[in-house]
Design a binder for this molecule. Sequence first.
Ligand SMILES: [Zn+2]
Length: 358
Amino acid sequence: MIEETAETNQTLLCSDCFTDEGLRIDAFKLGIEEHLKCPNCHSQEGRKLTKELIEALAWRFFVGGTTVRCDYGAAPVIQCNEHHFGRSDISPSIWLKDDIRLLEEAAQLGFFHYGPRLWMIGEVEPLKDLQDESKRLQIIKRVMKEYPVKTLVMGEKFYRLRICPQRPADPAEYDSPPIALAGKGRLDSPGFPIMYGSQDIDVCIHECRASTDDDIYVATLEPKRNLRLLDLTHLLEEDVTEFESLDMAIHMLFLARSHSYEISRAIALAAKEAGFDGIIYPSFFSLIRTGGHPFETTYGMSLRRYHPEREKYAEAYTIQNFALFGRPLENDLVSIKCINRLILTQVGYIGHFGPVEY
Ligand SMILES: [Zn+2]
């Protein structure tokens, strides 16, 4: 055991070992500050990397860094693992060639072109049925039945943000847009306005695409009675593969861009019909806010479904948004507790690098 710990703590490389600038910066961010000579390049300043850190670096740069989004889902072009050690088949830029050799030798892994399992790029039956107008209703009926009700308790606060409202101190400014303007968002339709809110102010800022130039106001609201919401952030227990998973279908639907809106709008209308006051749905910005990676897998299996602590895993990477139906302030469903001006002093981007060709 002691030997093993010594081995895993051993420095194998450092950030100065690499030629690729992005890889060097990522390595610096991950590495340990330690002013000893690197066993490979002898630099004292480079941040030191153990085998475990090298694996994390390789994954972040080559797997995270080559992930492409599809209409629904996303998948990496490159994968790496120990089974492909000595059998790498990628063709990187010249400046990456030596870096890759270093990573392969130190972590005993190989890089290869990954043919994703098709569910990762949206080949999920319930999702395909949702896109098919003749089958959509059938799946929506399942959604109404299989997802749980969650209560937004009277007095539990949440936020709603407005950019440049005409009369910032007027509570009416923070209701849903007027009926005539409804139908542009993820869940509202013509004639069916929706109030979007969240308990996470940072998500409100993302959702509104607010920038430092904007005059921003945030209202703190609370329900005047318990509200019955359909909770679409709930992780469904299912006995099927990813290909047949309703959970995966809904998860992918809310991480998709505006081409998916006609489906989410149909779900909102059905929930309204079914007597709900609104929907809790996963924010499109969940991943940005939590630093998660979309549709993460080990050996092609979804971590959302097979992670040993899948509920905690899903929760950690999901930000909940509220969509309350109609005009809740006008309808006396919620009230304004407070309005503040919000000044953005810093907008942070945290990222990492990936290769340009492979
Ligand atoms: Zn080094």
